[in-house]
Design a protein around this ligand. Structure first.
Ligand code: HEC
Ligand code: HEC
Length: 333
């Protein structure tokens, strides 16, 4: 039977399209994209504790739940990454899911003992965490894994990820001549602007729960969180003016004057920034004391070469509170 020439032509055509797509989206970028190593780039020497820890990170599938790419529009993930930070890492472990928080800047964020405790039973340091227990890792593996985590992003420093760029600082220096942002007169002037332009999203009390917020994926900022104590005046001004990329926060400089933005910032600054109960970041729910207690147990165990006592200690203690980790307990060994 002779092959049908029409099918042949169609087949070749489809194959060509396929090859073109692969070339354009995969092969060409791989060949032409050669980022310059950045200062944050970390070279994992084969066989070093950090390199082994990185392999454990891959083996355990940590990257199924954790990404390692904080972008400009990501909020509260720390310094932004760029491609040059990862030039030495093949294959990369950037991940694509954020079931857990982004880990680009985890290095140096917590002491080693915190990570140990957290890996044995995440619920000890993060109540309500859905991260699985990795208590079956040996002490060596645990040491390597923690050594790796402490390298991730530890060298990255771009301190302007959340503060106003210089351009806005200069602009603010001019505006503050006209508006005393700490005066009650300014705050009063800002209240009206706020109620008209901001309250539908950010809420009358600034808790991020205005009526429009209901339909929003990325909720409006809750100005009553302690986090906002760290904002200086120029940063408030910049945020109001430029909005937040990737969210529905408008760029107010397009409709409000510099003075009006200063007034509304003055009002926002008068909202109480001590609303501990409005927890929107996992960082706000650490149990004070839990870490210290475990820290000494681990240190003692290391010093005497015993097994990590937390393996038995943590799950049973927290079983009472409803968490049950015994399923993964000792599963692999
Ligand atoms: C099933 C998803 C899942 C897996 C798999 C997972 N995690 Fe997590 N992880 C989470 C969640 C959810 C949180 C947030 C709650 C918490 O801190 O426990 C978290 C938090 C963390 C944090 C704290 C981040 C911070 O900034 O506070 C670290 C560090 C971490 N995980 C490391 C790991 C490592 C290392 C592995 C692999 C051994 C791993 N995770 C595997 C879901 C996961
Ligand atoms: C359409 C809804 C909407 C309106 C209207 C709106 N915002 Fe926002 N705003 C948001 C969202 C969404 C975010 C992003 C929150 C985030 O990044 O977590 C945000 C963020 C902000 C931030 C940044 C907070 C931070 O974490 O840096 C400031 C400041 C702010 N808004 C002030 C205002 C002011 C002042 C007005 C009125 C002049 C206003 N917003 C009006 C939705 C809105």
């Amino acid at each position: 039977m002779r092959p049908n020439i029409n099918y042949l032509i169609a087949g070749v055509f489809v194959a060509l399209i396929f090859i073109t797509i692969i070339t354009v989206t995969a092969i060409l970028p791989a060949m032409t994209f050669t980022p310059v190593p950045s200062e944050a780039a970390y070279k994992y020497e084969p066989g070093s504790p950090e390199a082994i820890g990185r392999m454990i990170y891959r083996r355990e599938g940590c990257f199924y739940c954790h990404s390692q790419f904080s972008r400009y529009q990501d909020r509260e993930m720390g310094e932004v990454v760029n491609a040059g930070d990862y030039v030495y890492e093949t294959p990369h472990v950037l991940g694509s899911e954020r079931t857990g928080p982004d880990l680009s800047n985890i290095g140096g964020k917590y002491p080693d003992a915190w990570h140990w405790t957290h890996h044995v039973n995440p619920r000890v340091v993060k109540p309500g965490s859905i991260m699985p227990s990795f208590s079956y890792l040996s002490d060596e593996e645990m040491t390597y894994l923690v050594a790796y985590l402490q390298t991730v992003g530890a060298k990255r420093k771009q301190p302007n990820w959340v503060t106003a760029p210089q351009e806005y600082r200069d602009r603010w220096d001019k505006v503050k001549e006209a508006v005393d942002i700490n005066s009650s007169a300014a705050a009063n002037a800002g209240r009206g602007i706020y109620m008209q332009n901001c309250a539908q999203c950010h809420g009358v009390e600034g808790r991020g729960n205005g009526p429009t917020s209901v339909s929003m994926q990325k909720k409006p900022a809750n100005f009553t969180r302690p986090f906002y104590k760290s904002y200086d005046d120029a940063t408030w001004f910049w945020r109001v003016a430029e909005g937040v990329p990737g969210t529905r926060m408008p760029r107010w400089y397009k409709s409000l004057s510099d003075e009006s933005m200063a007034y509304v910032a003055a009002f926002v600054k008068t909202l109480p920034q001590d609303n501990e109960e409005a927890v929107t970041s996992y960082d706000d729910v650490d149990i004070p004391g839990a870490l210290d207690e475990n820290f000494w147990e681990i240190e003692a165990a290391k010093a005497h070469g015993h097994n990590n006592p937390l393996k038995d200690y943590a799950p049973s203690t927290f079983k009472a509170a409803g968490a049950d980790d015994t399923a993964t307990h000792g599963g692999a060994h």
